[in-house]
Write a protein that binds this ligand. Structure first.
Ligand code: GLA
Length: 446
């Protein structure tokens, strides 16, 4: 059943109800003003990469540490898996939609380093080696990502990079790798900063452009508030919170953590450095279609890397359409590069807003009530609606595309949102001067 949204010009939201919504939003409006006035203070890692959030595919959530290629050759962690995903990315329009990086996660290496102390791929599962795989991925117009760990071992127990940062950075550069996801298991937390910084320097010194994806703050939070200025100078994106899994409760917990830490984590995000709420699990088993739309909309609002972890060989057309929705991807990749945030929580709705280029605004209204049917939120209750004075053009993107036309502060538009679903709209302000011009033009035509 396609999700339904109705555009209701209804009177069932009394002016009292709107007033009480406005009272509840005051605190959030304050936060909105505060954040709008803050630019990323710190310099981003100066490698010219990730000027907009990274897009691609990463194996972990869907394929985990499946190394049994005898029993499960289709799904085990092997060169074949990445080659097939790359083929699909070209054939099925993913590359064209903007998905670029094909990324290996844990469980790719051999348990032993080679005689020169270098990491090596498991010879049985990667007979051609990583360099050959990179060549294949590049021949498809895509980029290759790899995984390592700042500590003694990776989270799944493979060799870590501690004591080998320079060697490993050089090995990845020699293999023509384009991205490194650097995990933080098996590391004394007091040495995390030093480890992540040293690897950043080592990557830089190879002279190859390697996008650097960190988990530094995730491993530091249990002990101290991370220094996001340093993190932004060191990494192109950084994980803050737990691993995503294929469930709505996991998505909700990530959103809740993000909203409750937004004053700390939103200001440092911007071109070159992004918060990473982890992979998109759209196209798997655990989320309803409404919930998949919520993940896609909110990840775009959060300016999150869009790294899918799913099986591109078997994905339903509806999930594929959502992941390739160009209007949502445009929000994600907006050149202004500001991360959105939660501006109001009211009546079991959460409103998230992201400032876009040309003074536009993206607004996601998430219905957190998981009982009953669709519920409506009057659009003028959205804090950022003030940009619609005197008028703005409203485009709805989710759950269905529709032009809602020119609206003004007293608009009666109500967004109807399914339980655990999200309505996504953009607001484009129209200046009064422009209106006058339009009016004159129309009068001339008439
Ligand atoms: C950690 C990371 C995950 C994944 C696994 C691999 O849990 O947070 O994203 O890389 O390790 O073992």
């Amino acid at each position: 059943m396609p999700a339904r949204v109705c555009l209701c010009f209804s009177e069932h939201f009394s002016s009292e109800a709107v007033k009480s919504l406005q009272v509840e939003m005051i605190g959030f409006v304050f936060l909105l003003r505060l954040l709008v006035s803050i630019r990323p203070g710190a310099e981003a890692l100066d490698n010219g990469l990730a000027l907009t959030p990274t897009m691609g595919w990463l194996h972990w959530e869907r394929f985990m540490c499946n190394i049994d290629c005898d029993k499960d050759p289709e799904n085990c962690i092997s060169e074949r898996l990445y080659m097939q995903m790359a083929d699909m990315m070209v054939k099925e329009g993913w590359r064209e939609a903007g998905y670029e990086y094909v990324c290996i996660d844990d469980c790719w290496p051999s348990h032993q380093r080679d005689a020169q102390g270098r990491l090596q791929a498991d010879p049985k599962r990667f007979p051609g080696g990583i360099k050959k795989l990179a060549e294949y991925i590049h021949s498809k117009g895509l980029k290759l990502g790899i995984y390592a760990d700042v500590g003694k071992n990776t989270c799944a127990g493979y060799p870590g990079s501690l004591g080998h940062y320079e060697t490993d950075a050089q090995t990845f550069a020699d293999w023509n790798v384009d991205l490194l996801k650097f995990d933080g298991c098996f590391m004394d937390w007091t040495l995390l900063g030093e480890g992540y910084t040293n690897m950043s320097t080592a990557l830089n010194q190879t002279g190859r452009s390697i996008l650097y994806s960190c988990e530094w703050p995730l491993y530091e939070w249990p002990f101290k508030k991370p220094n996001y200025t340093a993190i932004r100078e060191t990494c192109n994106h950084w994980r803050n919170y737990n691993d995503v899994d294929d469930s709505w409760s996991s998505i909700k917990s990530i959103l809740d953590w993000t909203a409750s830490h937004q004053d700390t984590i939103v200001p440092p995000a911007g071109p070159g450095g992004w918060n990473d709420p982890d992979m998109l699990v759209i196209g798997n088993f655990g989320l309803s279609h409404d919930q998949q739309e919520s993940q896609m909309a909110l990840w775009a609002i959060m300016a999150a890397p869009l790294l899918m972890s799913n099986d591109l060989r078997h994905i339903c057309p509806r999930s594929k359409g959502l992941l390739q929705n160009r209007r949502i991807i445009e929000i994600s990749q907006d050149p202004l590069g500001r991360q959105g945030f939660c501006t109001i929580k009211v009546d079991n709705f959460e409103v998230w807003e992201r400032p876009l280029s040309h003074k536009r605004l993206a607004v996601a209204v998430l219905n957190r009530q998981e009982t009953g049917g669709p519920r409506g939120l009057v659009i003028r209750a959205v804090p950022g609606w003030k940009i619609c004075d005197p008028q703005c053009n409203v485009t709805q993107i989710l759950p269905e595309y529709r032009e809602l036309g020119v609206q003004s502060p007293k608009s009666k538009v109500v967004l109807s949102v399914n339980p655990s679903g999200t309505a996504l709209v953009t607001l484009t302000p129209i200046s009064s001067r422009f209106n006058m011009y339009e009016l004159q033009k129309q009068e001339t035509i008439l």
